[in-house]
Design a binder for this molecule. Structure first.
Ligand code: ATP
Length: 311
């Protein structure tokens, strides 16, 4: 079966039932989400929002209470559907007595790679993630950043079509983060779909094309990042402008706020910005600065998840 979507989740829901006192936790609610093949998709959410549970349902590591999930058009409970997936779990624990090489060899064998192919592929991958020279060192000597890079190599070993990374750079220093990003950027153009769970907004903003935000298990927002971050408007800062001109600008719908050396005028469109500037200049006023104001993903996230904080 062919499909344009790497991931299709339909009304997925997960209720965990605690054995003690029968308490129920609704981790994911009625989640419908489609991830087009070939894109870089970020799933954001606060701690406990349900990101890991969602991914585990996609991979059939956790049974959904209801709903369904498909990978490249195939029900994800079918092991064949999961064959083209590379997965880096959150808080993974690889056996520390293994060396980098033997760990990758183990996972490559699980993925069905022949011995000859493994011997060729593993050094290539260790090189790609910057761990050449560490091949024969036991994992217990690896730093957190090195472990994440080894985990990434493990996820890539069988050349997946879909890479699912759960908090790939959590606890990794800035140099290690950049390294991981460069490895992922290097995959662009190969057609691989990358799905990242994260609470690092800047990282998702700079790397992903699409984002979805989970709030308490529910899909709160979804879209193309470029559209979500589209310009919000323009700010004109002016000094020495007559009060009647400010009144006129206000009456046309602009917001006028006093700032240090005059007033900051916020308008929505470029035309409004130009007409505001014309009015100020015609009245002998002085323009201090003009700037376009943009959304950051942090603005979007806070407005979506904590609207009272954004107000
Ligand atoms: P984080 O960013 O902290 O990893 P998350 O967004 O990945 O969080 P989940 O780990 O999916 O969120 O957890 C969602 C909710 O489900 C939380 O309230 C969590 O405590 C609960 N939960 C997760 N796993 C289980 C489990 N095995 N049994 C009971 N409750 C669970």
């Amino acid at each position: 079966m062919t499909t344009d979507y790497a991931i299709e989740a339909a009304s997925l829901e997960k209720i965990y039932r605690s054995r003690f006192r029968g308490r129920e936790i609704k981790a994911v609610s009625n989640l419908t989400l489609r991830v087009p093949a070939g894109v870089k998709f970020g799933l954001l959410g606060a701690n406990g929002a349900g990101k890991t549970t969602f991914v585990k349902m996609l991979l059939a590591a956790v049974n959904a209470t209801s709903g369904s999930a498909a990978l490249f058009g195939r029900d994800s409970r079918d092991p064949e559907a999961r064959r083209p997936v590379g997965y880096l779990p959150e808080n993974h624990r690889f056996p520390t007595y293994l060396t980098g090489f033997s760990m990758l060899d183990f996972y490559a064998a699980l993925s069905g790679l022949e011995s000859r192919e493994r011997k060729r592929r593993i050094p290539e991958l260790l090189d790609l993630v910057g761990l050449h020279g560490w091949s024969d060192v036991r994992i217990k000597k690896y730093s957190k950043g090195m472990l994440q890079r080894l985990g990434l190599a493990q996820a890539l070993i069988h050349r997946p079509k879909l890479l699912i990374l759960d908090e790939p750079t959590d606890g990794v220093d800035p140099v290690g983060r950049r390294h991981i990003r460069e490895v992922l950027n290097g995959l662009m153009g190969t057609g691989v779909t990358i799905f990242i769970n994260s609470h690092l907004l800047g990282e998702v903003e700079s790397f992903c094309d699409y984002v979805a935000i989970l709030k308490k298990g529910e899909l709160a927002l979804e879209g193309k990042i470029a559209l979500l971050l589209a310009k919000r408007g323009y700010r004109v800062v002016t000094s020495t402008v007559p009060e009647r001109v400010l009144d006129e600008i206000r009456s046309e719908g602009a917001s006028v706020e006093p700032v240090d050396r005059g007033f900051e005028i916020s308008v929505v469109s470029r035309d409004e910005a130009n007409s505001t500037i014309d009015k100020i200049r015609a009245a002998g006023g002085f323009i201090e600065s003009v700037s376009a104001s943009t959304n950051s993903l942090e603005d979007v996230f806070i407005r979506t998840t904590e609207p009272e904080m954004a107000a």
